[in-house]
Write a protein that binds this ligand. Structure first.
Ligand SMILES: Cc1cc2nc3c(=O)[nH]c(=O)nc-3n(C[C@H](O)[C@H](O)[C@H](O)COP(=O)(O)OP(=O)(O)OC[C@H]3O[C@@H](n4cnc5c(N)ncnc54)[C@H](O)[C@@H]3O)c2cc1C
Length: 371
């Protein structure tokens, strides 16, 4: 059950995000003030327990919120999804002390969480990361460089994954890192194709001394923890894709009814109707796959394969629907000040972030072929 009124969330996104999305996209602005308003409505603590300042909402609630936000600004939805990954890491693998220390601030959005796994030499092959954490008498010494850290320039807390032994390829551990620690340096924001209201940057860690208590979860087990986290993270990206499909469908339908050619609205041409029909069908299918995966997550059942299928389908559909939306707008869809041009660029990230489409297929095929 949800304590959220989704019409209110939709209205909130329409009022707080929609009027500014074009400018944030054009100038690559991270909308801190708008995020604060969303935080005041509890959107940064959705899955955090009520006694830690969150609303203890379900995965289904999270996907509905992300879809509603992505309908108006996919970059903001990406911020929310990345923050949620850090909250989940703490919720599932943190000690009670770590949860007490960090989750209330994360729930209120006073701190944004950023999750740093990827490196310049390690993306899909997460086990090949080179960032290291060496044990010493004061705790751990971190050294390395991370890449593609979502909200890395704005985070109040990093979860950094680092190698803690060379004996096993998978010997990776997770650490809670304060951005103000000496030796932590977030690099300049990366210039992205889309989702430009989200912030993405490299992160450098040079002799960063952290305490023993900063170890998050079991030593050497963070990669299996990451797989569990990404099972739900992918459902969130699938919801983001659904929001974009809805945006494409609504904008394209409105335009098709208004735009006149050959003396009639282009909506009367069968070619246009078929594109709209395909978009509506794909939106429903993507939405059902996403909800099915979220429902599995909520019952505690394994949701990895369902999440991979949802993300694979929804991401591909978002890219295809953005393409159709631009086509329906014709030359106007190719112009910077028309939103479908932004959706076209925003949608692509869904096929890359939190595991590329190829990796989703790998996960699905492995399950099919398992003896
Ligand atoms: C906007 C954005 C935000 C991001 N945010 C974060 C974040 O907050 N934290 C974080 O840790 N990471 C983040 N990432 C990184 C993201 O998770 C990686 O980009 C993604 O996992 C792919 O890794 P890669 O870019 O190194 O590509 P690569 O792994 O180098 O892949 C390149 C190509 O090879 C294909 N490929 C690779 N391996 C295989 C295989 N075994 N079989 C078939 N094909 C394969 C891929 O599918 C892809 O097409 C973000 C990325 C982007 C673009």
């Amino acid at each position: 059950m949800s304590c959220f009124d989704f019409e209110t969330i939709d209205r909130l996104a329409r009022c707080v995000l929609a009027p500014h999305s074009k400018r944030w996209d054009r100038d690559g602005i991270f909308p801190r003030a708008a995020l604060k308003i969303l935080a005041e409505h509890g959107l940064f603590g959705l899955r955090i327990a009520t006694d830690l300042g969150g609303s203890g909402a379900s995965c289904e609630t999270l996907v509905r919120v992300i879809e509603a936000i992505a309908r108006h600004d996919a970059g903001v939805a990406l911020t929310l999804a990345a923050h949620s990954l850090v909250c989940d890491h703490l919720r599932w693998f943190g000690t009670p002390q770590q949860q007490q220390q960090y989750l209330p601030d994360l729930a209120r959005g006073e701190k944004l969480g950023a999750w740093a796994l990827a490196e310049s030499g390690s993306g899909s092959d997460a086990a090949s990361i080179r960032c290291r954490a060496e044990k010493n008498e004061d705790g751990w010494l971190l050294n390395g460089r991370k890449m593609f850290v979502t909200q890395g320039n704005w985070a109040g807390l990093y979860v950094v994954l680092a190698r803690t032994s060379d004996e096993r390829r998978n010997a990776v551990s997770a650490f809670l890192v304060d951005p103000a620690s000496p030796g932590v340096q977030a690099g300049p924001a990366l210039e992205k194709m889309g989702c430009r209201s989200s912030n993405t940057c490299p992160l450098s860690l040079k002799n960063v001394q952290i305490a023993d208590q900063a170890l998050l979860g079991e030593e050497g087990r963070a990669l299996s923890a990451a797989l569990t986290l990404l099972d739900q993270g992918r459902i969130a990206i699938s919801a983001l894709a659904c929001g974009l499909i809805r945006a494409c469908l609504e904008d394209a339908t409105r335009h098709a009814k208004r735009r006149q050619q050959f003396g009639r609205p282009i909506a009367q041409f069968q070619a246009i109707q078929w594109m709209l029909a395909d978009m509506a069908t794909e939106h429903e299918a993507a939405w059902l796959l996403t909800h099915h995966a979220a429902q599995l997550a909520d019952t505690g059942a394994s949701c990895g394969i369902a999440g991979a299928k949802a993300k694979l389908f929804s991401s591909r559909s978002a890219v295809a629907c953005a393409d159709r939306a631009v086509q329906i707008f014709g030359g106007y869809g190719y112009l910077k000040n028309v939103a479908v041009e932004r959706y076209y660029r925003d949608a692509k990230v869904c096929e890359i972030g939190e595991g590329t489409s190829e990796i989703q297929r790998l996960v699905i095929a492995r399950d099919l072929l398992r003896e």
